[in-house]
Write a protein that binds this ligand. Structure first.
Ligand SMILES: CC(C)(COP(=O)(O)OP(=O)(O)OC[C@H]1O[C@@H](n2cnc3c(N)ncnc32)[C@H](O)[C@@H]1OP(=O)(O)O)[C@@H](O)C(=O)NCCC(=O)NCCSN=O
Ligand SMILES: NC(=O)C1=CN([C@@H]2O[C@H](COP(=O)(O)OP(=O)(O)OC[C@H]3O[C@@H](n4cnc5c(N)ncnc54)[C@H](OP(=O)(O)O)[C@@H]3O)[C@@H](O)[C@H]2O)C=CC1
Length: 320
């Protein structure tokens, strides 16, 4: 089995170009998925406190290391600070909860999951709401959170720090007001949301971009039949048929050729295996352009409960 190619982060650490997504990978099924992924050659696992499965992810990681299937140093483990831990005094708490659940001594990458904070109620209340049904916001400035992440990095608890769902303006503020630049911005990207401007911006600043929901998140809980179904797109089906690859492989290859890291989620052994078999073919410029032209600026994850938040990143003409 060949090693998956990596990209070098600004911190000097290597990040595998393909990782396993873990949102909605529930409990034992999620644990088995990680073990299967490691056996298939994955070395990068994308976790988050918000996914409520870091205990199981930790069990799987501990097991594969204990069984000598892989060494800790070979793995690249990401987690993310959830929005309810945005008060500066809660950032370390939120981080330690993930580190302990994952049963690790350090994380390879830790991201601020979203620039928008929510009020902390308790650990079970992931999206807190008031009695009127409205989401309870916390307006802590993400720059203050970033400075705590810098401290955790200095202490050796995190190798690289980054952001997720941040726009250009928000990244620029971190670049101007903080000492450590973000190593990564993890954002939604797929052929229906190509994000050319933000990817170009990040690349120019030396920030590696990770594409989440690369397959269009077909089993998101709020999916509706009126919404475009990426994996059934006729143009992608034509390219996949011609190249004798799956539509998912064509999409993931397209994203890798755009120099983004991909983190497809799967708990199916066959799909886990095929989603990493991306390095024995290339797409022509014509195919790349055709795939890029499918853009509809369609977001599967628009974070509707955060609309109206001071730092909601997807509003037009964003300003603070
Ligand atoms: C999706 C949930 C698991 C649904 O939970 P629940 O059934 O308790 O309902 P509500 O949370 O009250 O949801 C109300 C309403 O909004 C829809 N919804 C929820 N999240 C989204 C979203 N991200 N984009 C679009 N629409 C969304 C939900 O389907 C309901 O619609 P209807 O009223 O039925 O029409 C939810 O609790 C949840 O966890 N949401 C967040 C999930 C999420 O986005 N997580 C981050 C993604 S993974 N990232 O790293
Ligand atoms: N930072 C952030 O805010 C966010 C980060 N993420 C991260 O990105 C990861 C990926 O995004 P996600 O939204 O899960 O969605 P994806 O775009 O990765 O799609 C996952 C879905 O596609 C199915 N699937 C996987 N492989 C194939 C295949 N080869 N052919 C057909 N269907 C396939 C999976 O089903 P099955 O399991 O049955 O194979 C699953 O239902 C998340 O799991 C999470 O780690 C996601 C959202 C937000």
């Amino acid at each position: 089995m060949e090693n998956v190619p990596t990209v070098r982060l600004q911190t000097g650490y290597a990040m595998p170009l393909v990782g396993l997504g873990t949102w909605q990978s529930l409990k034992e099924e999620g644990q088995t998925a990680v073990e299967c992924a490691i056996a298939c050659g994955y070395r990068h696992i994308d976790c988050a406190w918000m996914y409520q499965n870091e205990d199981e992810m930790g069990k799987a990681i501990t097991k594969v290391i204990k069984e000598n299937k892989v060494q800790r140093e070979e793995l690249f483990i990401t987690s993310k600070l959830w929005s309810i831990f945005h008060k500066p005094e809660l950032v370390r708490t939120g981080f330690m909860k993930s580190l302990n659940k994952l049963n690790l001594k350090y994380l390879d990458l830790y991201l601020i999951h979203t620039p928008c904070g929510n009020k902390y109620v308790d650990d079970e209340t992931i999206i807190p709401q008031g009695s009127d049904g409205k989401t309870l916001f916390d307006d802590t400035d993400y720059v203050k959170i970033w400075k705590v992440l810098e401290d955790l990095q200095k202490e050796g608890l995190i190798r690289s720090i980054g952001v997720s769902n941040f726009n250009k303006h928000q990244i620029n503020r971190i670049l101007k007001e903080c000492s450590v630049p973000p190593a990564v911005n993890q954002i939604e990207i797929n052929p229906y949301l190509v994000q050319k401007d933000l990817v170009d911006f990040c690349n120019n600043k030396g920030i590696v971009v990770t594409a989440f929901s690369p397959l269009g998140s077909p089993t998101r809980p709020w999916v509706s039949p009126e919404e475009p179904a990426l994996l059934k797109d006729p143009s992608l089906e034509e390219i996949a048929k011609r190249l004798e690859k799956s539509v998912a492989q064509v999409i993931l290859r397209y994203l890798i050729e755009r120099k983004t890291v991909v983190i497809p989620k799967s708990t199916s052994p066959d799909r886990i295996k095929s989603n990493i078999e991306l390095f024995d073919f290339e797409l022509t410029k014509k195919d790349m352009d055709a795939i890029g032209s499918l853009n509809q600026d369609f977001r599967v994850l628009a974070w509707p409960w955060l609309v109206g938040h001071k730092y909601y990143p997807f509003k037009e003409n964003y300003s603070e």
